[in-house]
Design a protein around this ligand. Sequence first.
Ligand code: IMP
Ligand code: MG
Length: 185
Amino acid sequence: MEQTAELYKDLDEILVTKEEIREAVRELGQTITRDYAGKQPVLLCILKGAVMFFTDLIREIDLPVTCEFMAISSYGSATKSTGVVQIRKDLDRDILGKDVIIVEDIVDSGITLNYLKNALLMRGPATLRIATLLDKPSGRKVELKTDYHCFTIPDAFVVGYGLDYDERYRNLPDIGALSPRIYAK
Ligand code: IMP
Ligand code: MG
């Protein structure tokens, strides 16, 4: 869909265009291909927000990757997480001795990924790294280092390219700041 589409009217501004996403994802795929040469990394998609990033990213990695999916929910208001994290769908296979890359949509407070990283480390992967599409460092509440990220964004609530507000806007091809009039209601 075009940026003139109806759904775009709820955005204040577009922060990352689909062209910028495509270019950054391609570069990240090439970086991971180099960094994991000779290995068979497990790419772990965190549902649902990372789905588009994940499907685009794995197609830019020239290695025999395998794919896993996890769903986690962090409770809180619609636009902030509280730190209470629950695994809703677990891995299908164990990751003992594997090179695992967590693929996430956004790191804000860092609470969700910090919890997940610690939970996965207890399962004995050979290595565990984090690849996130977006990093919002201004929101950090716990120290969490991402190994790969495509874009640093300002302190705004963003939607599109998988990211939602109340399950909507995931299908926007670009990423934009949602107008506060939508979530302040
Ligand atoms: P954190 O635990 O605060 O780092 O946030 C983790 C989760 O909150 C992400 O995986 C997203 O699902 C969601 N989230 C945080 N910021 C945003 C945003 O700006 N837009 C949409 N979802 C967000
Ligand atoms: Mg998420």
